[in-house]
Design a binder for this molecule. Structure first.
Ligand code: 2AM
Length: 476
């Protein structure tokens, strides 16, 4: 046995991760793929990696030093289950099976429970950063048993992205915690992208700037508090010209956004947990709306505002949009971290939220300067009731809120959809409200369903005899 780690599944992500592992001091990587031709292709293309070629899971197991560690990089779902079953047959107690695919966290919880009795450790590991990250340094979110991290931690640290000299990996929590956090990461990514798209749309339609000119705006924003990978690539996308037509590429790309489902998982899970991730939900729905091309075509004749929209001072407007974007982004992250806290409480995970923000600082799609502020916020107060209440974010929201309101008003009057900006503002105002109209909803619920209500001035549970003399009775 010569290999220190195995990789199963050699499509692009698996191949890149295997090459990344092989490039690090101390690792010898065994590779296995169901179709051996792909294994041979990878080995032929990358002789420098010194891969150990294996053609069966038995050969893979025989090639690995104990405790054996193998990372599965196959399609999520049935393929992952099939590979886990095969590995479980040939691995021994103390060995570690890592699922680096995009598994739904509930599948990870189920899989971990199913093989726990064999003594083999199962670790669901979220991997972010796409193909490039897998090759050069991803952000890694492993769950699974804490003991497994003693063996796995150093290996993962060797390939992870590095932020301020620290590898972007931490043991997130047990069983499905890693995949849960990866899921929320993707939900936040949806929100971030939607907010950036709204900012672009408002600036373009409000000021008449060209995509290339707006690229300059984003490039400038990228040197401030919004500095992030997504802002950076937005500038590059906007600057791209279509070779065939000479038009800005963004103008010839069909405006129907795709989705692979992790944003929807984030929202579905949040609904189950009762956590209002409204900014993330709007981002997922905005993509759904964009893809309903037939319905959009049919609706094109619906009336819009009767008045032309003009922006008096483009510079002020662009700055307002920047502030609205920053404030809405704070809301999206705050909601995402609320979901992490709720998931941790529900599933018994001890998740250090500051560490999660830390490992998102590099390697992943939502990497941003901003994440350092989140780590600081949780370091100052681990029991922070909401991220946006931390002093830095509270102040940022305070400074941005007037501009944020102007942008939402303007968008509504101009007939430009800004679901991310406006729902985030509604969330902000809802959260800070002294009194919400939900008292009325409680009254309605009690009227038609005798669902009872609590009072502001007395303990206990009450019901009004709506169909009787309308007197109040104690429902205890
Ligand atoms: P393949 O090359 O033999 O198709 C992405 O699809 C990766 O998942 C590929 O490496 C693919 O192997 C692998 N894969 C898909 N289904 C699989 C299964 N049921 N068992 C093993 N590997 C599978």
């Amino acid at each position: 046995a010569t290999a220190t780690i195995g990789v199963v599944g050699l499509a692009v992500m698996g191949s890149n991760l295997a090459r990344n592992l092989a490039s690090r001091e101390g690792n010898t990587v065994a590779v296995y793929n169901r179709t051996t031709a792909k294994t041979d292709e990878l080995i032929a293309e990358h002789p420098e990696a010194g891969f150990v070629r294996t053609t069966t899971v038995q050969e893979l197991a025989d090639s690995l030093q104990r405790p054996r560690t193998a990372i599965i990089m196959v399609k999520a779902g049935a393929a992952t289950d099939a590979v886990i079953d095969e590995l479980t047959e040939v691995f021994e107690p103390g060995d570690i099976i890592v699922d680096g695919g995009n598994a739904l966290f509930t599948d990870t919880i189920r899989r971990e429970a199913a093989i726990r009795d064999t003594g083999i450790h199962f670790v669901g590991c979220g991997i972010s950063g796409g193909e490039e990250g897998a090759l050069n340094g991803p952000s890694l979110m492993p769950g699974g048993p804490a003991e497994s991290y003693e063996t796995l931690g150093p290996i993962l640290a060797s390939i992870a992205a590095v932020a301020e000299d620290e590898p972007c990996v931490t043991h997130v929590g047990t069983d499905g915690a890693g995949h849960f956090v990866k899921m929320v990461h993707n939900g936040i990514e949806y929100a971030d992208m939607q907010l950036i798209a709204e900012a672009y749309d408002l600036i373009r339609r409000g000021t008449g700037k060209s995509p290339a000119e707006i690229a300059d705006v984003f490039q400038e924003w990228n040197s401030g508090e919004l500095a992030s990978y997504l802002i950076e690539i937005t500038a590059e996308v906007l600057r791209q010209t279509d070779e065939a037509t000479g038009e800005p590429l963004v103008d010839v790309i069909l405006d129907a956004a795709g989705a692979k489902g992790t944003g929807a998982w984030t929202v579905q899970t949040a609904l189950d947990l009762g956590v209002p991730v409204s900014g993330i939900a709007e981002a997922v729905f905005a993509r759904s709306l964009s893809s309903r091309l037939g319905q959009r075509e049919a609706a094109r004749g619906l009336p819009g505002p009767s008045q032309e929209w003009t922006v008096d001072d483009p510079e002020t407007f662009v700055e307002d949009v920047r502030q609205a974007l920053f404030a809405s982004k704070i809301v999206a992250y705050s909601q995402g971290f609320d979901e992490i806290a709720a998931g941790a409480a529900e599933h018994g995970w001890d998740i250090a939220k500051g560490d999660v923000a830390k490992i998102w600082r590099a390697g992943c799609i939502i990497r941003a300067q901003f994440l350092g502020r989140i780590t600081e916020a949780y370091a100052d107060d681990p029991d922070l009731s909401a991220l946006l209440l931390a002093p830095y974010f509270r102040q940022a929201l305070g400074e941005a809120q007037e501009a944020w309101r102007r942008v939402v008003v303007t968008a509504a009057q101009a007939g430009i959809p800004a679901p991310g900006f406006s729902s985030s503002l509604a969330y902000y105002d809802g959260l800070r409200a002294e009194q919400l109209p939900t008292a009325l909803i409680q009254g309605q619920r009690d009227f038609f369903g005798a669902h009872t209500y609590r009072r502001t001035d007395r303990d206990g549970v009450f019901h009004t005899l709506w169909s009787g003399d309308r007197s109040e009775v104690s429902a205890d």
